[in-house]
Design a protein around this ligand. Sequence first.
Ligand code: AMP
Length: 512
Amino acid sequence: MSGNLFDLFRSRFPADLAKAFMEVPGGRTWSYGDLEQQSGRYARALSDLGVAPGDRVAVQVEKSPEAVFLINGCLRAGAVLLPLNPAYQAGELEYFLADAEPVVVVCAPARHAELSGIAAKAGVAARVVTLGSHGDGSLPELVASAAADFVTVARDGGDLAAILYSSGTTGRPKGAMLSHDNLAANARTLHTLWGFRPGDVLLHALPIFHTHGLFVAINCVLLNGTGMIFCAKFDADEVLSLLPRATVMMGVPTFYVRLLGSPGLTADLCRGMRLFISGSAPLLVETFSEFQARTGHTILERYGMTEGGMYTSNPLDGARKPGTVGPALPDVELRVTGEDGRTLPAGEVGGIEVRGPNLFSGYWRMPEKTKAEFTADGFFRTGDVGVIDADGYVSIVGRAKDLIISGGFNVYPKEVEDAVDALDGVLESAVVGMPHPDFGEAGLAVVVPRGGAQLDGEALLRQLKGQLANFKVPKQVVVVSELPRNAMGKVQKTVLRDRYAEAWTAAMGKRA
Ligand code: AMP
């Protein structure tokens, strides 16, 4: 078996290839035999378009079964997959294409002319082909006439399988280079740790341009050789109707909040489920507890990122502690370091660093940036701030760049958010650092009321003053109906900083 990740998947296919791999609700069920045939045809079509091993293939398409075949076709052709969020617009796409220089670009039929123009502008001589969400487009036409007997290209485990641009909110996006071995290592670990077994059915409602839905979810299914229910997007009613037929669900916290918003979510509905997993953004303790009370299920929270897949997970058997992301995975080393780079003892807050076989080899064509993000002994600086408890469980305090330095003191937004969230009438909050004439920076709390609660910002601040040191208390509160989130459910703090910049400056000017 070569190091090609697809060879590993193939070795785990069920003996009976007629067994279900992917069921589209209200649509067709595709078998493992279909996956073998279709991915082979996609690999053949890509080769016919001129894709050689190591070439990049950019894929900006809607979620569909054909997209899954295409992704596996890329692996089999030895190509390097470059998944792109369908929401990306011209300027962003031009940057990605110029940076990654793909040989083939696959896009939605409606965007063919636009993408062709963007590729030309980016100076990339790529073939632009299309794939629709209903299996239409020019690539499926090529695939239909391609032979299915493609022999998967042998790869070394260290060869690149994908470049994923990190969703970083500052600076230029960076392409994380992931090898076949990186992806295989994380998939094997998660498959074992989360106890995947015969008969498991994964409910898949995540996007597939991001590591969570793309690798964490689908690779566990493929290593298990069992089926998944493949929803085009997350829709609470649809997911509720499908839960009785699934055993495992992976979601972002927003999924769980939305499911709790429906009276249809009951313990009875979930009786066939064995595991609910959450990640990509912090799961509120309240959501964790409400879900437990309503369904009897304890959500398993885990933590990771584009650059390495998963790093930590609460256990399958054993305590799943709310507000934590669990201990490091068995093959991942994780430490928390201080500003001087020294490893901190349990209980102290610092930068999270990780090392393991799942970790990417660096940022595409950014050797300097890569060097800066790795320590001399090979640990990657995640940019997350966290703390490890006496049992080895990790809690994420926030992103280092979101740290607020007010009057010279470090303020961790998470600590303040937890205090705000605990106040009467508050559902959730986000605290961001804003420029302050006296303190350099100070906190702005953006708060969402619970139900129809009427919140008075000044009253909230008065209550906080009784609970937090004065330098941690935000200087201003804005009440909103919801927080801005990206497709993965992450609160977009840069959006908040931009949105309230003027009002903040005006308010601070008046106070000064
Ligand atoms: P991405 O590269 O888009 O997957 O984003 C990774 C980032 O999401 C991490 O660096 C964390 O800041 C955040 N993240 C992922 N999982 C969790 C979690 N369970 N709790 C808190 N933050 C998380």
